[in-house]
Design a protein around this ligand. Structure first.
Ligand SMILES: NC(=O)c1ccc[n+]([C@@H]2O[C@H](COP(=O)([O-])OP(=O)(O)OC[C@H]3O[C@@H](n4cnc5c(N)ncnc54)[C@H](O)[C@@H]3O)[C@@H](O)[C@H]2O)c1
Length: 314
């Protein structure tokens, strides 16, 4: 199969590309810039197998040409501006996130692309304080509290409209907190503070009173690719849930791994409604994450040790 990954040289995109290459699929990575995340994550021989196309996500003609030239079968759409960038530059957020999603749906419709898997986010639900229930159903009310969340929420409605009107095969995934080597952008990169002790530094960890849903990036890539393999699903946009654990529990694990670690927690909560009910995803797709928080954090910490020529932790 030939895949077009938008945002393909970014964080999640690089891991999705790696996962597809492992299976022998062909990858076209379409991105505004060739970020160094891909160079960090993939081996040079893997990168050499990827066709990287530099282009804007709003350039419909170019995307249609790329689909035609490379005979693209499926699209994984990840290009997006994140939070807080989207709040600071709302005009750009509308262009990249909303016009970008429209462009991909138009390209899919015009070029008869078989399947679209796209990234939505837990941010469509906004803060926990906006909801009566702790664990949110797949069709819980959207209550975004940021430009980023509002664009993701609109994109779900937009995609459902295209899906119904033109009978497209689309599938959206509401990722929660995706972490791992190469995660540098976006507000939830705050959890990287927990890795400071890997380099002998004190960790000052914000939101010490919160829980988050730890989604290790290799699991997210595997789930995303798995979703691209299935035929049309009854549900078109899925909640996801991997490993809901507290920030302090993660800190305790870091202390176990690095006994000399010094960790200070700042009070407060990030505040998102982190706990999603993924029953529909399990019924219609079925996915078991392979990286509980401990395994994911250990991988991330050992990656940091490796790139700094330090011995890894057992
Ligand atoms: N990382 C997370 O925790 C998380 C959580 C929920 C949802 N998501 C979603 O997952 C997707 C991937 O996120 P990520 O963490 O890999 O972010 P990322 O910033 O690493 O990747 C996004 C990519 O989009 C590209 N891009 C931005 N503007 C563009 C434009 N105008 N034209 C073409 N490409 C453009 C960027 O260059 C970047 O490589 C996004 O849709 C994001 O909203 C991520």
């Amino acid at each position: 199969m030939v895949y077009l990954i938008t945002g393909g040289t970014g964080f999640v995109g690089s891991y999705v590309a790696k996962e597809l290459l492992k299976r022998g699929d062909k990858v076209v990575a379409y991105d505004f810039m060739q970020s160094n995340v891909m160079q960090q994550i993939l081996e040079p021989e893997e990168i050499s197998q990827i066709t990287i196309v530099i282009g804007a996500i709003t350039d419909l003609a170019r995307i249609c040409r790329v689909i035609k030239e490379h005979k693209v079968d499926k699209i994984i759409h990840l290009a997006s501006l994140l939070h807080p960038y989207s709040d600071n530059f709302p005009d750009e957020a509308v262009q990249v996130n909303i016009v970008g999603q429209t462009t991909i749906l138009e390209a899919m419709r015009i070029m008869d692309v078989k399947k679209l898997v796209y990234a939505s986010s837990v941010v469509v639900y906004g803060n926990q304080s906006s909801h009566d229930k702790l664990v949110l159903d797949n069709d819980a009310r959207h209550a975004p509290v940021s430009m980023y969340g509002a664009t993701k929420s609109f994109n779900e409605y937009l995609t459902n409209h295209y899906t119904k009107t033109w009978n497209l095969d689309t599938l959206g995934l509401r990722y929660t907190l995706v972490y791992g080597p190469g995660r540098v952008r976006g507000a939830t990169a705050f959890i990287n503070a927990l890795t400071e002790p890997a380099l002998g530094n004190k960790a000052i960890v914000p939101f010490g009173d919160d829980v988050v849903d730890w989604q290790y990036v290799e699991d997210i890539a595997a789930l995303t690719v798995k979703c691209s393999d299935v035929g049309p699903t009854k549900t078109k946009i899925f909640n996801t849930r991997f490993d809901v654990r507290s920030i302090r529990e993660a800190g305790e694990y870091v202390k176990k791994l690095i006994p000399e670690a010094e960790i200070e927690y700042r009070e407060g909560k990030f505040g998102l409604a982190w706990q999603l009910d993924d029953t529909l995803l399990q019924q219609e797709i079925g996915f078991k994450p392979q990286f509980p928080m401990e395994r994911g954090l250990k991988n991330l910490i050992n990656y940091i040790r490796r790139v700094n020529n330090l011995p890894e932790y057992e």
